[in-house]
Design a protein around this ligand. Structure first.
Ligand code: SF4
Ligand code: SF4
Length: 733
């Protein structure tokens, strides 16, 4: 940018604690063509003033030195003019204070180190931030929307023709987009079609209704925007959002098509009950699963499998092979309702028959409690909390079940005609390939240990999203869920698929950086084919050619910058986030001379959670060491080792990288950016050791958005540790 204007706000304590004239001079020295200060820049007069100066002087970029970039975003928007925000309010005057021994806030004139007041240090910080902003804008290039060369498809591919898939396709069609359903069975309907009935999916949640899937099937069959392929499977998916190429095999015939986004709705498989021989399955004929009992109900044949005698009593064992680390560690969420429903079937078929339900916890979520209560009122249904001790053959073909009844603390023994095991769900994707992605990082969705093969990406922030951009999970392949939840889930996934297509059409990131038009650009002349970028990309956005050069699929890219951080050749850059830009920012800061005990620390801070946490620190007027300069980064994965080298050679005494938690309870918005950054720390430590510098000088701080006291403590602790090592010996070189 050539014509940079700097606007300094004097309100919100900025004018009170900072010398504005000095800041104006610094901005001019750094190369701004005009500098203004004014109170309440965020007011309508303030905005008008900035607009008038932009017009008069033909400014192409402005640095707004006021509040955090996370507030007043819409106010400080000047169309095509590039805006950078300097956080003088949250980043300086609301978070850096001279503190007395008793914890009280002192006057800014308090001595900081010999001959230097706290105000001097506060000014040094504000000046550095303004210098960094102008230096950043000097290198900044305007991002250009990415448009694929081929035409973008608006069609949504729905894989799976059960309740979730049918609902997703109908929602897509209702929104005016075409949908294709690929179903591997001969007919649509999925698991629900095989049911006799299910709990109603709308109020009063008390009754049983015929499977809703029948209505969904007829709606789909009538809808002209939906094309259905049954007995069909996905052979291959390549390309990316907007331009996925899909190869389908239908009865031996291969069909090729292009789609814009994908909803994965292949559902679940019943848990393999042959693992439950201790509960009699596979050993005692009259022990069946809930799926097998449903089939009996649908066929209207309530007879004992062993001898065809009519069933007069059934005992349901809840959580069979579930919520147990040796089997399925999770709750499948539908089986309590299923057993209650099946008890009702039996009672309706034969009012003399008895049902016993043995549970540890009865989980009928939300308003389905109404259904549970309606069964409690039935004198032929016995519900009791207990633990099954043994299941064995009883008298005359009956099954003998011994239960530790935990409510009364007694042991009870029951002899029933049939035992039904309330077994759970396993996502189809855990057992068979479905997507067959032609991606460098493998054909399936990457699994998270935490999710046991369910297709999820970030359970906290991004429901529906898988770790492959443009592919959204819905229904029981996403998480164990009831039919009602699967319908809701499918609606959400359908909207996400449409959102993906519109983002690709507009040329910006799909998510989570929606509206980010910048993307990694590769200057492959210097590429050494080291494969770091293609291996580390958390979203499989890069394929490789036969010589191991990366092939970017930009519409798959989530703009995390992990590839940028990985590249040792520094040849991957974003228009608005580049090696040169950060280097220019670091170089623009002023380094005090050695020996004055004026330490300087650099913090590379993840924009997703750590940066908002720093703002919260400011809103609570907590105190951060004034010696820290902060540079926001897309993700810790987007910190290239070049940043560290530049900061160390500039003379920074220590570098802190603050980002999201990784590992099992990860909170990294880009899945493994912070984990990769941690791995890279080993190389950084080696480099520091070669320079005879302590490895602690570059440290990573992992935190969550709400751990603000932890951040304050750790930043102080880091500053004290580094002071213990003394100043960076390279300072001033
Ligand atoms: S920016 Fe992130 S998602 Fe995009 S190619 Fe690089 S590593 Fe992959
Ligand atoms: S990390 Fe850089 S040098 Fe290595 S393969 Fe990727 S682009 Fe090439």
């Amino acid at each position: 940018m050539e014509k940079i204007g700097v606007f300094i706000c004097t309100s919100c304590d900025i004018g009170k604690r900072l010398d504005i004239e000095q800041l104006e001079s610094v901005a001019k020295e750094q190369g701004a063509i005009s500098v203004y200060s004014k109170e309440f820049l965020c007011s309508s007069e303030g905005k008008e003033f900035i607009n008038s100066k932009i017009a008069e002087e033909g400014l192409d970029a402005v640095s707004i030195c006021a509040c955090s970039s996370r507030v007043n975003y819409d106010v400080f928007n000047f169309g095509k003019v590039v805006v950078d925000r300097v956080s003088l309010r949250e980043g300086v005057v609301w978070s850096r204070f001279p503190i007395g021994e008793g914890g009280e806030i002192l006057d800014d004139s308090t001595e900081y180190v010999s001959g230097v007041s706290f105000k001097d240090e506060l000014m040094a910080l504000a000046k550095d931030y303004i210098r960094m902003s102008v230096a950043k804008l000097q290198i900044y290039k305007i991002p250009v929307p990415f448009k694929p060369e081929e035409e973008i498809s608006k069609t949504v591919l729905v894989i799976g023709g059960g309740v979730a898939g049918l609902t997703a396709a109908l929602e897509v069609a209702k929104a005016g987009y075409p949908a294709i359903i690929v179903e591997k069975e001969k007919e649509l309907g999925g698991f629900v079609k095989k049911m006799k009935a299910h709990c109603e999916v709308k109020p009063p949640y008390k009754n049983l209704v015929s499977p809703v899937v029948e209505d969904l099937i007829s709606e789909v069959e009538k809808n002209k925007r939906i094309k259905v392929y049954t007995s069909a499977q996905i052979v291959k998916i390549s390309g990316g959002p907007g331009i996925f190429k899909v190869l389908i095999n239908q009865g031996g015939k291969e069909l090729e098509g292009k789609v814009g986004a994908i909803v994965l709705a292949v559902g679940f498989k019943p848990y393999d009950a042959s693992n439950l021989s201790d509960l009699g399955y596979g050993v005692i004929k009259n022990v069946v699963t809930n799926v097998e009992f449903e089939k009996m109900a649908k066929e209207g044949k309530f007879v004992r499998p062993s001898d065809g005698t009519p069933i007069k009593s059934v005992l349901f064992i809840q959580c069979a092979g579930q919520r147990d680390e040796s089997y399925l560690p999770y709750c499948s969420s539908f089986c309590c309702l299923a057993s209650l429903k099946q008890a009702k079937y039996l009672r309706e078929a034969d009012p003399e028959a008895k049902a016993y339900i043995i549970y540890e916890y009865m989980r009928t979520m939300g308003i389905y409690e109404n259904f549970y209560k309606s069964l409690q009122d039935d004198p032929g249904v016995f519900l009791t909390k207990g633990k099954v001790v043994s299941v064995s053959e009883g008298q005359e073909g009956k099954v003998r079940v011994e239960v530790d009844e935990t409510l009364l603390g007694e042991k009870i023994v029951l002899e029933v005609d049939v035992v039904v095991l309330a077994t759970g769900m396993v996502p189809v994707t855990a057992e068979e390939p479905v997507l067959n992605l032609e991606y460098r990082q493998g054909p399936a969705l990457p699994e998270l240990e935490l999710f046991y093969g369910y297709a999820d990406s970030n359970y906290i922030c991004f429901p529906y999203e898988s770790r492959r951009t443009g592919i959204y999970a819905a229904g029981a392949v996403h998480q164990p869920m009831t039919i009602g939840q699967a319908i809701e889930d499918a609606r959400g996934a359908a909207l996400k698929a449409i959102q993906c297509i519109t983002a690709v059409e507009a040329g910006h990131a799909v998510h989570p950086r929606t509206w980010d038009f910048a993307y990694p650009e590769f200057d492959l002349k210097m590429c050494t084919q080291c494969k770091r970028c293609t291996e580390e990309c958390p979203f499989g956005a890069l394929n490789e050619d036969e010589k191991a050069f990366p092939i970017p699929f930009t519409t798959r890219c989530r703009r995390c910058g992990t590839c940028f951080g990985a590249c040792p050749q520094r040849i991957i850059n974003f228009k608005d986030y580049s090696i040169d830009m950060v280097s220019n920012m670091v170089k623009a800061t002023e380094m005090p001379e050695q020996g004055y005990e004026l330490y300087r620390f650099m913090a590379f801070v993840c924009e997703n959670d750590a940066l908002p946490a720093l703002d919260m620190i400011a809103y609570q007027r907590k105190n951060l060491p004034v010696a820290f300069r902060i540079i926001p980064v897309r993700c810790l994965g987007a910190v290239n080792v070049a940043f560290v080298k530049d900061a160390m050679s500039k003379g920074y005494d220590g570098i802190l990288m603050i980002g999201c938690k990784y590992g099992e309870n990860y909170q990294c918005h880009f899945i493994k950016g912070s984990e990769i950054a941690n791995r890279r720390m080993e190389n950084v430590a080696e480099t520091l050791q070669q320079l005879a510098l302590e490895s602690e000088r570059v440290t990573m701080l992992i935190t969550a958005i709400d751990e603000i006291d932890h951040i304050v403590e750790k930043m102080k602790e880091f500053a004290e540790t580094i002071k213990g090592y003394g100043e960076n010996p390279f300072k001033g070189w």
